[in-house]
Design a protein around this ligand. Structure first.
Ligand code: SAJ
Length: 407
């Protein structure tokens, strides 16, 4: 039996996928509310293909509980925030999970950490907990790092098809865990040591952050000299070795906007491009605010209550708001005492989470003159014509209506 600990955006699909492929799975989460929801077969977030996967997993006997189980394999998938002061990984949730595993596990158990961690975290934070509980690593307990790589919005497909990394300092344990993931993963599974796996995962997300920062910096450069950044990127990308990403209102989500900080925190003075990229990406919400200000001035608009932000999530077609650029913009507007005046709408966020949240696209459009497209949800792409008589600031390059402003 495998006990999957932490049933969020990564833990749940992983548990379901393993169960759907014949593994004996029990999922554990500290939230009773979440467990009660899962027990009745309901998903807690929207994701393509997850409902079918859930059904298969239920058919194969997956169970959910708030209790840690006595078993020989644990997969830990809990959040790893960063300490905003030191910029280092905050391993408190991993530490808490490992302590609870140690309280119930058999000697000889394997603990697989899926959560993203900075290089050296498992050695620095997990090893001492295990050893002080009287377990000897390598005999009484085996440690593995198997970082996930799936992209929200296409998780089920990517779980099946992406290549994976398994980090284990004991080769045979790495091979044993590889077999578990190979039950569903059709990609290549590379076994390496723990520290290399930790570093590789952080490096992947940092690579993307730096590439997005380049696109964002180009957007600022082009804006300053009245050039069309999208046309420039489109043409540059015709070069066989150039592939510039898309500028946007900032980098959100709990991965790409967080993981590069681990390298900045751990390697001060060395992680220079990485730090510069973070700063550029973090400056984008403020840049969008400046654009709104300029457009309002140009159009003679004075009432900020007629400004509407479309999209609260960190990217298109997901319901995840963590580190979302829209929330960062609202926070910044709060400082100028106008954060509670603008109108907000997102079809993926039905609960009221910010002031002036509208509940349908029509209600939203009725209430505003300037629409700022923060996210490219399919809903807005399909209804673009409804923006015909609006002033539109498109931060995602999805609107082709004449007169549209861009970042
Ligand atoms: N973004 C841009 N321009 C782009 C691409 C993205 O502004 O050209 C923005 C998005 O709008 C979003 C943010 O960047 O706000 C991040 O979105 P994303 O789609 O690039 O990535 P995530 O955070 O959803 O998922 C990433 C993925 N990592 C990489 O592609 C290297 C995924 O594979 C990881 O599993 C995931 O992080 C994770 O959990 O670590």
């Amino acid at each position: 039996m495998i006990n999957v600990i932490g049933l969020g955006y990564i833990g749940l699909p992983t548990a379901l996928m393993l169960a759907a492929h014949g593994m004996d799975i029990v999922g554990t989460d500290y939230s009773k509310e979440l467990i009660d929801t899962l027990k009745v077969g309901k998903t807690t977030f929207k994701e393509k293909g997850i409902e079918e996967l859930f059904q298969k997993a239920l058919d194969n006997g997956i169970t959910f509980t708030t209790e840690y189980q006595r078993t020989d394999i644990y997969i830990v998938s809990v959040p790893t925030p960063y300490d905003s002061f030191s910029k280092k990984v905050d391993a408190k949730y991993i530490e808490a999970a490992v302590k609870q595993v140690l309280a119930v596990c058999e000697k000889g158990a394997t603990v697989v950490i899926e959560s993203t961690v900075s290089p050296g975290t498992i050695d620095k934070y997990v090893r001492p907990i295990v050893e002080s509980a009287g377990f000897s690593i390598g005999t009484d307990l085996h440690l593995v790092h198997a970082p996930e790589r799936i992209i929200p919005g296409n998780m089920v497909y990517e779980l099946l098809h992406n290549n994976r990394t398994i980090g284990a300092d004991e080769r045979e344990i790495g091979e044993k865990v590889k077999k578990i993931y190979a039950s569903f993963c059709q990609g290549e599974i590379i076994v390496t040591d723990i520290r290399t796996a930790e570093m590789t995962k952080v490096v992947e997300n940092t690579f993307r952050d730096i590439n997005i920062a380049y696109a964002n910096e180009l957007a600022k450069i082009c804006r300053s000299d009245n050039m069309d950044v999208y046309e420039i990127i489109r043409i540059a990308n015709k070069h066989p070795r150039v592939n510039i990403l898309s500028p946007g209102p900032g980098v959100g989500g709990h991965c790409i906007s967080v993981d590069p900080w681990f390298l900045v925190g751990d390697y001060p003075g060395l992680a220079n491009i990485i730090l510069a990229a973070r700063k550029i990406n973090d400056s984008m919400p403020e840049f969008v605010l400046e654009r709104i200000h300029d457009i309002m001035k140009e159009k003679g608009m004075t009432d900020v209550r007629r400004v509407g932000l479309y999209g609260l999530t960190y990217k298109e077609n997901v319901d995840d708001m963590r580190e979302s650029p829209t929330l960062q913009m609202l926070e910044s507007m709060e400082k100028h005492l106008c954060g509670n005046l603008v109108k907000i709408y997102d079809p993926f966020i039905v609960k009221d989470v910010v002031p002036n949240q509208m509940h349908s696209l029509d209600e939203f459009l009725e209430a505003v003159d300037l629409v700022v497209l923060m996210v490219g949800h399919n809903e807005i792409k399909q209804n673009m014509k409804k923006l015909n008589n609006k002033i539109v600031l498109d931060t995602r390059h999805i609107c082709e209506l004449e007169g549209t402003y861009h970042i």
